[in-house]
Design a protein around this ligand. Structure first.
Ligand SMILES: NC(=O)c1ccc[n+]([C@@H]2O[C@H](COP(=O)([O-])OP(=O)(O)OC[C@H]3O[C@@H](n4cnc5c(N)ncnc54)[C@H](OP(=O)(O)O)[C@@H]3O)[C@@H](O)[C@H]2O)c1
Length: 284
């Protein structure tokens, strides 16, 4: 049995599909009882558990040989992951594949890198096998502004430099290999897409896919932070996101990792294909 936390999220939902397609027994975890039905309809076991409630986390891990652990970016994410790590350990889980972030390590200087690193180091100390899945920016983030792209023909660029965006489905496919293949224990898998693209590049891809003119409008750090907080993000996380984005103009988010093709034996998905597949969202 493989327990998948965050099973309705960007990476977890795709991971459930990939594991089921491989014919594996999957237990999908949601904190929201109304999502149990759709998860069960995929053909897996589905349970509720909350990262704030250790008892439910332990039930979700009971009988599982391995788990995928991811939480949303949240001010309490370190405690949430810690709760799940402890629950997995006490339930006798053998292998934890944990979603963190590119560059997370004890040497990381950024807030999110340090936070992810704390949980990575904690997991290493448990004696369970571990694999870290460390992605850069998800292409799925573009869907956050699909409405304004469709309505105004404007892509708001809060990065200001090239980024090697990755499709969350590739993260899930790599996580599936780590959970089911051999030789991934004790590895940190840095994950990017196949090319680094600027905001202007993305606007051009959106224009081509939609057949409409989409222009790129730079978004200042202050406006970006205000938009994130207006969307419900806590100030501390919004500040950490701004800190991360500040690396882009320096070119620090443009590096390409070959992990996706190394692990999967096929190229990483391209942003233009992601946009084409999601064209309806960008034209509405
Ligand atoms: N987005 C990016 O560009 C990016 C880049 C690098 C790293 N990351 C990292 O990737 C992680 C996010 O991964 P993701 O996008 O796959 O996750 P996600 O979609 O943000 O969230 C995963 C799921 O967590 C569940 N959840 C929320 N609160 C919960 C709670 N209290 N208890 C139990 N489950 C709860 C939600 O499902 P339910 O509502 O069904 O419970 C949600 O669908 C973060 O750690 C972030 O730092 C993100």
């Amino acid at each position: 049995m493989i327990t998948v936390f965050g099973a309705t999220g960007n990476t977890g939902s795709s991971l459930v599909d990939t594991l089921l397609a491989k014919g594996l027994d999957v237990r999908a975890v949601t904190s929201n009882p109304s999502k149990l039905g759709p998860l069960k309809a995929k053909g897996c076991e589905a349970v509720t558990a909350n990262f704030t409630d250790p008892t439910t986390l332990q039930s979700a891990c009971a009988g599982a040989n391995s788990i995928y652990l991811v939480t949303p970016a949240h001010r309490d994410m370190r405690q949430w992951k810690s709760n799940a790590i402890k629950a997995a350990q006490s339930a006798g889980v053998r292998h934890v594949v944990m979603g963190t972030g590119l560059g997370a390590s004890p040497e990381a200087r950024l807030t999110l890198g340090q936070w992810h690193s704390e949980n990575q180091e904690e997991l290493k100390q448990t004696g369970m096998d571990w694999t870290f899945v460390q992605p850069t920016y998800f292409m799925q983030n573009l869907l956050w502004q699909a409405g304004t792209i469709a309505k105004d023909g404007v892509y708001h660029d809060d990065l200001g430099g090239p980024v090697a965006w990755i499709d969350a489905r590739d993260i899930a496919d790599v996580a599936a290999e780590a959970l089911t293949g051999s030789g991934y224990e004790g590895k940190a898998l840095g994950l990017t897409g196949p090319e680094a693209l600027t905001g202007e590049d993305i606007a051009a891809v959106l224009s081509e896919a939609t057949g409409r003119s989409v222009t790129c409008a730079p978004l200042s750090a202050d406006d970006s932070k205000a938009a994130m907080m207006a969307g419900g993000m806590h100030e501390e996380i919004a500040a950490a996101m701004i800190e991360l984005a500040s690396l882009a103009p320096k070119g620090y988010l443009a590096g390409i990792e070959t992990t996706v093709s190394d692990v999967l034996g096929r190229p990483a998905r391209r942003l233009r294909d992601f946009v084409a597949e999601n064209r309806d969202a960008f034209v509405q």
